[in-house]
Design a protein around this ligand. Structure first.
Ligand code: GBH
Length: 461
């Protein structure tokens, strides 16, 4: 039996565009993901989030399912364009009312809401009129939108996440064009990332100055990182793995903990890497009350024998390959998920330990971890998802080991509460603890939901 510390937080997670549907209902304005997913060829089979899991209408049932799992928290995101259809100015009261019902329902069910303000769905108007993440002024739009959320929901929401995985918005959205807004560039990712970091800092500043004393909540950022294991003990390979982690996670976490980008990025990216003003650096340093981490997989890193080129190839990614110069590979012994991601639980432990050391022992929450497994379009296969249970045992076991080794890990949120719109892969990959019938909207717990319920109940497995 692996028992977790008292008070360890068990939860599950989703994101607005992936589950809500009701894209043009209740006064919601379009986001960049509505536009992107409607361009032929951008998503698998042309899938969009128009209907998704129809959570907008089925939220009560979803709370009931979570209640049955006994989770302590539910992490969801707010659709900015449901609150402000144009991304600025006027507030859509119907959107506010929807989240009020959801938050009240969760609180009544004894489930603590963890709210992400931004999970990639930038209001389309801000993309068209103000160049989205590329202009510095976007940070003020973020702060204004966040203020509305704190004002309207902060009496009940005590756990805020500013941004989900800015690495994805920056690199996948502006580097290799895999995600909305679909841009491919060698410099834009650094600009988008810079403005997102500033946005994070301004949101936190608003919360701390105007709300935190009264509302007594915590606020932080969630970053994603895959582990990079050195291919050998050679100095070159060890440096390559370290460099890969700094380009992946350090890119976003160093400014938040140290006030600036990693030196290795400054050296290699040169003028394409923007500079923080002294004021912004000051706001950024210490701007997260906890370390939010999304973790899925591991790759082997080595010093390249010849120049690595890119971008364009999502496999083996980790940012701008031509800047990092790290050769990435898998191990043929490793099993993989339906995403082609390697299943390496010890990579999770090593990453947690790396974070603990580099950022001086921060409180960490894993705000996402989970898997899509093959064959789950077939309901019977999905309901008997023993491979997901094995995956969770491995990764949650690795979390337990990290805690044993002194890491201050305080919670684990499983991605995802239910099958949903898997971005560019549409509905062709299923990450859920619950199976969703996309024809009828029906949900059904998979074996993993039952296993997870038992784990939550016993505070371990
Ligand atoms: C998360 O991002 C998202 O927050 C969530 O919305 C999404 O549904 C979920 O993951 C599942 O995809 O190609 O082998 O080098 C995940 C971020 C970044 C994790 C890239 C895996 C690539 C592995 N991902 N990484 S590989």
């Amino acid at each position: 039996m692996k028992t977790f510390p008292d008070g360890f937080l068990w939860g599950t997670a989703t994101a607005a565009y992936q589950i809500e549907g009701a894209a043009a209902t209740g006064g919601r304005g379009p986001s960049i993901w509505d536009a992107f997913s409607h361009i032929p060829g951008k998503t698998a089979e042309g899938h969009t989030g128009d209907v998704a899991c129809d959570h907008y209408h089925r939220w009560e049932e979803d709370i009931e399912l979570m209640k049955q799992m006994g989770v302590g928290c539910y992490r969801f995101s707010i659709s900015w364009s449901r609150i402000q259809p144009q991304g600025k100015g006027e507030i859509n009261e119907e959107g506010i009312a929807f989240y009020n019902k959801l938050i009240d329902g969760l609180v009544a069910a004894g489930i603590t809401p963890w709210v992400t303000l931004f999970h990639w769905d930038l209001p389309l108007a801000l993309q068209l009129e103000e160049d989205g993440l590329l202009k510095p002024s976007i940070a003020y739009r973020f702060a204004d939108y966040a203020r509305i959320c704190f004002e309207r929901f902060g009496d009940r929401v005590k756990n805020w996440i500013t941004l989900n995985e800015p690495w994805c918005s920056s690199f996948l959205g502006h580097g290799n064009a895999y995600f909305a807004p679909g841009r491919a560039s060698a410099s834009e990712p650094y600009l988008a990332a810079h403005n997102l970091l500033r946005a994070h800092a301004y949101i936190v500043d608003v919360y701390r100055k105007e709300f935190q004393a009264d509302q007594k909540g915590q606020i932080g950022i969630t970053n994603n990182c895959d582990w990079r294991e050195p291919a050998s003990d050679s100095e070159g390979d060890k440096a390559a793995a370290q460099r890969a982690l700094e380009f992946f996670l350090g890119w976003f976490a160093d400014p938040v903990y140290f006030g600036d980008y990693p030196a290795v990025m400054r050296e290699r990216v040169g003028e394409r890497l923007p500079q923080f003003t002294p004021e912004d650096a000051k706001l950024l340093k210490g701007s997260s009350d906890f370390f939010g981490l999304n973790h899925y997989t591991t790759m082997i890193a080595s010093e390249p024998k010849q120049q690595v080129s890119g971008p364009g190839d999502i496999k083996g990614n980790g940012g701008m390959m031509e800047d990092q110069q790290v050769e990435l590979a898998g191990d043929p012994e490793w099993e993989q998920t339906d995403m082609g991601w390697n299943i390496v639980p010890w990579g999770c432990r090593k990453l947690l330990e790396w974070i603990d050391k580099r950022y001086d022992h921060p409180p960490i929450y894993i705000t996402e971890n989970g898997c899509a497994m093959p064959g789950e379009d077939d309901r019977q296969v999905a309901l008997n998802d023993t491979r997901r249970v094995e995956f969770l045992k491995g990764y949650i076991g690795a979390c337990h080991e990290a805690i044993q080794n002194g890491v201050d890990l305080r919670g684990y949120m499983c991605w995802s509460m239910m099958d949903n719109f898997e971005w560019a892969l549409g509905y062709t990959r299923r990450f859920g603890l619950h199976w969703v019938d996309y024809e009828t909207g029906e949900r059904q717990p998979k074996a993993s939901a039952k296993w997870y319920a038992a784990t939550v109940k016993q505070n371990g497995f």
